[in-house]
Design a protein around this ligand. Structure first.
Ligand code: SF4
Ligand code: SF4
Length: 185
């Protein structure tokens, strides 16, 4: 068949060279070894030249020394690290417990637990009991922040979230003893 036109039987394959360990071959090996050593030293010198350059040109170094620079870190404006709920000096927040953020979240990162408070008029009023946030599930998509009608939550730029116990990544965002700010419905 025409497909086999390139096929060669074993009789057409050239025989392997024999006696490869001869004197001329050893000489070539030594020469190659010296070339390799030379190339290695040349490569080392190239790398060191760059290192020595930065020793004398500190201002041109752009690699940041984390965590030594933690206090002066300049994160990009759009960087998002976690969802937080700001509280004011009176330990008050702006969350009504409406669950809009929970519904907007695409992967069930938020669970809003509500309770009923009694108003001064003696009426029952729904209020936030616990804002449960699973940081380990959060994709930082920001949809919950956009959905909130009272700007009660925002994205923070914190990023050091490593923990040994995964359960520590489940957070209650409303602080103990906090309540909703007056005037927010
Ligand atoms: S940022 Fe996105 S994934 Fe994270 S809690 Fe909000 S909606 Fe859910
Ligand atoms: S954070 Fe905003 S959207 Fe979520 S329950 Fe509170 S008020 Fe509603």
């Amino acid at each position: 068949m025409s497909n086999n036109s390139n096929y060669k039987d074993s009789s057409s394959i050239p025989p392997l060279a024999s006696g490869g360990g001869g004197a001329s071959s050893s000489g070539g090996g030594a020469l190659q070894y010296l070339k390799d050593v030379f190339n290695g030293l040349k490569s080392l010198a190239t790398g060191l030249r760059r290192t020595l350059y930065y020793f004398t040109h500190h201002k041109e170094i752009i690699t940041e020394q984390y965590p030594e620079n933690r206090d002066t870190l300049n994160l990009p404006e759009r960087f998002k690290g976690e969802v937080v709920m700001p509280h004011d000096e009176n330990n008050e927040h702006a969350c009504t417990g409406c669950t809009a953020c929970e519904l907007a979240c695409p992967n069930a990162t938020i669970k809003i637990i509500t309770k009923f408070d009694i108003t001064p008029e003696g009426k029952k009023k729904k209020a936030l009991d616990k804002f449960v946030y699973h940081l380990e599930l959060c994709t930082m998509c920001n949809l919950c922040v956009v959905a909130c009608p009272t700007d009660a939550i925002k994205m923070a730029q914190t990023f050091e979230h490593s923990v040994f116990d995964r359960s520590e990544l489940t957070k209650i965002l409303n602080k103990p003893g906090s309540k909703i700010r007056e005037g927010i419905e």
